[in-house]
Design a protein around this ligand. Structure first.
Ligand code: SAM
Length: 280
């Protein structure tokens, strides 16, 4: 089954849309910079300039993006193949690229249902690729801000059965939520809506994984971006998102260290923490 909501790229994919980011090619966007770092083509001059400038300050950023995407794939594979999860709520989807959540999960369990959420209009414009579900499973796309948990949970319930375990994946998004919007309460609310046996997967920029001067220089670039600055969080702050869950092995580590398929080439190290926890 695929979505009834599906429409042409750029069309109204969901009813009752929440606040979206304005479409502005003159300012860099997080989704399009990430696309550029992953070798994609859905980015503009402002995104490429910001990415290239950031790479001169922090050359391991491209490795971090790739390692983060690889963590997403390994986490979804683990959750489907080993934890038996058949429902995903993937918030902060990004521009579709190789190894989208439903592709990884449905390659293992075709009946898997995936609800994607993002607030960037360029992701919405490419949502059709996310709605290309295996016929025995289903996918849906919700155009909403992570902070609007009421809209997200209300719409996600139309496809997901919240009496059965759900994996909430928040991969490389929570650092876009400032402390003033209480991201820990947002995660607690999402986790509170799913039953025990559900999972939470997160990756997040690690405050202690950057030099202070590097962070300051990256902040200067962020001033020119459409979105709010990243909030750098410590390992302990990231661990707090997992309250009420038991972390699966190997616990909270850098993205390339989470159940790696092979050791990272040439000793590069990412600057993202990650973990996967099971709700008790
Ligand atoms: C770096 S991409 C990550 C994509 C994918 N999760 C991955 O890790 O490969 C972050 C995504 O989060 C989205 N995002 C950031 N803040 C958001 C918010 N407040 N609500 C919804 N989406 C948001 C951005 O638009 C972007 O598409």
């Amino acid at each position: 089954m695929t979505s009834d909501y599906a429409s042409a790229p750029g069309g109204d994919v969901t009813a009752g849309r929440a606040e979206s980011l304005p479409f502005d090619t003159s300012r860099a966007h997080q989704a399009r910079i990430y696309d550029y770092l992953l070798g994609g083509k859905d980015n503009y001059a402002a995104d490429r300039a910001a990415a290239e400038e950031a790479l001169t300050i922090y050359p391991d950023w491209a490795f971090t993006a790739r390692a983060n995407r690889a963590f997403l794939g390994r986490a979804v594979r683990f959750l489907t193949a080993e934890a038996g999860i058949r429902q995903f709520l993937d918030i902060g989807t990004g521009i579709p690229t190789a190894g989208n959540t439903h592709e990884v999960a449905q390659a293992i369990a075709p009946e898997t249902r995936v609800v994607y959420v993002d607030y960037d209009p360029i992701v919405l414009a490419h949502a059709r690729a996310l709605l290309d579900s295996h016929e025995s499973g289903a996918t849906e796309y919700i155009d909403a801000d992570l902070r609007d948990t009421g809209t997200i949970l209300g719409k996600a319930r139309q496809l997901l059965d919240f009496t059965q375990p759900v994996s909430i994946t928040l991969i490389s998004i929570l650092h876009a939520i400032p402390d003033s919007d209480d991201p820990h309460a947002i995660v607690a609310k999402l986790l509170g809506a799913v039953p025990s046996g559900s999972y939470l997967a997160i990756s997040h920029v690690g405050a202690e994984l950057y030099q202070t001067e590097t962070r300051q220089d990256l902040e200067d670039i962020a001033d020119r971006m459409a979105q709010q600055h990243f909030t750098w969080r410590s390992r302990e702050q990231v661990a707090r998102f997992f309250e009420g869950t038991d972390l699966v092995d190997p616990g909270l580590v850098r993205v390339e260290e989470w159940r790696p398929a092979a050791t990272a080439a040439d000793g590069q190290r990412s600057s993202f923490w990650c973990a996967v926890g099971r709700k008790g």
